[in-house]
Design a protein around this ligand. Structure first.
Ligand code: FUB
Ligand code: ZN
Length: 660
């Protein structure tokens, strides 16, 4: 299966997503540039994010300017501080295409060129490119402390940015730098005499090299990506040996097990998603991608196995992954605490990289359903509606008093931050949103079947003159489920369009050219013949409100209900409900009224649930059961989860106490 190679020009027209795209291009990316340029302070409360190094400002661009000889000074920030600029560069490169939608991207383009020039100036003659090492450490320390050095993670993000820039602009300026980086890595790593025989503590280079291979056609980058996948976990002593040999030390007070680094066993033997969530997910996405490109069955099986483990046992209803703050990690099956959750924004973004790759191997509605869940919930909750404040951690239950008073919950912010000391998430969100067009279609290898798997209104031209225009009626998706695909096939090619029937839609109606049809749902898709010059596929999904219970395996959600409508998960916020929210309840058949409120939170569906509120006859801390509690009628207000924390600070919860 292929993806954007055959979808030449995807023009997103969705009202919902155009707002996000334009907000990212016009607000978020310019704001992030200012943050990278030390014009926005780090404002995370103490203890809230891992890895604080006490910096008040990002210093990322300054590090590059110093390394490029444009400014005097010393390095500051995380060892991987350059990646904030690289991810921004990747996001901004995609964003340049919004010029076609009439946006002024001149300033963004100037900053893109400035960033590339800085990377060019900072690169060493041998291709090495990492300002932490270039400014802070002697050259002989390079690649000698890979447990925490993040060197390949850092260079990998630059490679990804360069590939994006090349794909968008056709310019090879950044790509040339990236190829020199890859050459440096290829020279230093491998099975040969004197080469480093082990991986970086943070996967990323594997995905980056696979993308570099796709952009350049150079087979050695794919082989090198596969080498990094295969070497991982084969030598549990590798990091210790580097340390013993005098390798550079970072984060010396952090003692993480090998599992955290996905280095405790070969990834292809792993049965469960374990360790640091972003590390595992970047690696799993690469295993899937490289497995497809090499047709390596063991890699493909591993990618499937880990995905299944995550979505069946280790993913929250919002798509959040990573249940544990210690090590920002996965924990164990069905351990999904709502108030201790990590749910890093980067992890939800990574789930989309992973899902996209699985779709390219074998399109399945179940995978596309998860991608959709992540997009509309786990990912979007990471960013304030105006694009200038961010969540690193995405809880399903939050309480300002608990975050403040209980150190084990200090990582749960109840206000998005303007910038982080470890600012991995903001630009990761940026690069996902500005490349959303790459996540909508998957085309079969023979080019005959186009899987239109996301309900994001768009107009797309494929290489062979085939076009699909997706339009949405009413308040549009995700608020309305009335979707039409206008398919045009002027050359009368042998073509099919496969449309996803989401698992959440209990019922649906399907019409082809105005006639009701019943087609089998295979792997989550209905497939419609589209070999005529014009075909119109009209799908109406069931957007009724759903009350959801979690599996009995999930202790955190026993006796609770969640509420969803279409792909959107809802939550209660204290600004709409009196609180404490844990006293509010609803029954499984509670009456729910819905209304679209165009002026609230940039346009959201609001639910009013006929629920109740627990009342106690006494205020005693403990009381005998002969003083019964009463349920008083109460109307509960619910808004889309992604839009929480855009008004007054207060409690929030997704799962609500279930009453009779
Ligand atoms: O280690 C680099 C980045 O910092 C990771 O991807 C994030 O999870 C954060 O730990
Ligand atoms: Zn992050």
């Amino acid at each position: 299966m292929t993806n954007q190679a055959q979808a030449l020009n995807v023009n997103i027209t969705s009202r919902f997503w155009t707002r996000y795209l334009n907000m990212t291009v016009e607000n978020a990316l310019p704001y992030q540039w200012r943050a990278l340029n030390d014009e926005v302070p780090v404002d995370v409360p103490e203890g809230a994010a891992w890895g604080e190094n006490g910096s008040q400002f990002s210093h990322s661009l300054r590090n590059l300017r110093i390394a490029a000889g444009r400014e005097e000074g010393v390095f500051s920030g995380q060892p991987f501080q350059d990646t904030d600029v690289s991810k921004w560069l990747e996001a901004a490169s995609y964003a340049l295409r919004r010029k076609n939608a009439g946006l002024n991207v001149d300033e963004l383009e100037a900053h893109v060129n400035e960033a590339i020039e800085l990377f060019e100036g900072a690169q060493d003659e041998d291709g090495y490119l990492d300002t932490k090492f270039e400014l802070d450490l002697p050259a002989e320390k390079r690649f000698k402390g890979l447990r925490w050095s993040h060197e390949l993670y850092t260079m990998g993000h630059f490679i990804e940015a360069a590939v994006a820039h090349y794909e968008v602009t056709g310019s090879k300026r950044a790509l040339d730098i990236a190829e020199r980086v890859a050459n440096c890595i290829g020279h230093n790593f491998g099975d040969g005499e004197g080469q480093v025989h082990g991986p970086d503590g943070h996967p990323e280079i594997e995905l980056a090299l696979a993308r570099l291979y796709e952009a350049t056609g150079e087979r050695r980058w794919l082989d090198l990506a596969a080498w990094f996948i295969r070497v991982r976990g084969t030598d549990p002593e590798f990091f210790d040996e580097q340390d013993a040999a005098g390798g550079p030390q970072f984060y010396t007070d952090l003692h993480m097990p090998l599992k955290y680094f996905v280095q405790d066993e070969p990834i292809l033997d792993k049965q469960h998603a374990e360790g640091h969530a972003v590390r595992l997910l970047y690696l799993a996405a690469a295993v899937s991608k490289v497995g497809r490109l090499l047709n390596d069955q063991k890699m493909l099986d591993t990618a499937e196995r880990l995905w299944t483990n995550i979505v069946k046992h280790r993913m929250y209803i919002t798509g959040a992954v990573g249940s544990c703050q210690v090590g920002e990690s996965f924990s164990f099956d069905d351990d999904l605490p709502n108030d201790l959750v990590y749910g890093e924004t980067c992890a939800s973004v990574a789930m989309l990289f992973y899902g996209k790759s699985l779709m390219e191997t074998k399109p399945r509605g179940s995978v596309a359903d998860v991608m959709e869940k992540e997009l509309f919930n786990g990912v979007l909750s990471g960013v304030q509606l105006d694009g200038t404040r961010y969540f690193y951690v995405n809880p399903l239950e939050a309480d300002p008093a608990a975050s403040k008073g209980n150190p084990t919950k200090a990582h749960i912010l109840t206000r998005r931050a303007g910038w982080f000391d470890c600012a991995c998430c903001p630009a990761n969100l940026g690069r996902l949103i500005t490349s959303l067009d790459q996540y909508l279609y998957t085309v079969s290898n023979d080019g005959k079947t186009v899987y239109a798997h996301q309900f994001v209104a768009n107009k797309t031209e494929f290489e062979d003159g085939f076009t699909i225009e997706q339009t949405q009626a009413g308040d549009e998706y995700p608020w309305s489920g009335d979707i039409t695909f206008h398919v045009s096939n002027p050359n009368g090619l042998d073509k099919k369009v496969a449309v996803r029937i989401p698992q959440w839609s209990k019922d649906y109606t399907l019409e082809v050219n105005g006639e009701a049809v019943e087609l089998p749902v295979v792997d989550g898709f209905v497939t419609v013949d589209a070999s005529a010059a014009d075909t119109e596929i009209h799908l109406v999904l069931d957007m009724s409100v759903r009350r959801v219970r979690a599996s009995l395996r999930v202790r955190a959600d026993i006796g609770k209900l969640a509420v969803a409508r279409g792909p959107i998960v809802f939550c209660m916020e204290q600004v709409d409900n009196k609180g404490p929210l844990w006293l509010d309840g609803m029954s499984a058949d509670a009456n729910v009224s819905e209304s679209y409120e165009p002026d609230l939170l940039d346009g959201v569906e609001v639910l009013k649930v006929k629920g109740s509120r627990l009342e106690s006859p006494t205020d005693d801390q403990y009381r005998a059961v002969d003083a019964p509690l009463t349920e008083r009628e109460e109307t509960l207000t619910m808004i889309p989860y992604y839009a929480w924390c855009n008004r007054a600070e207060g409690q929030m919860q997704v799962w609500v106490r279930e009453t009779k």
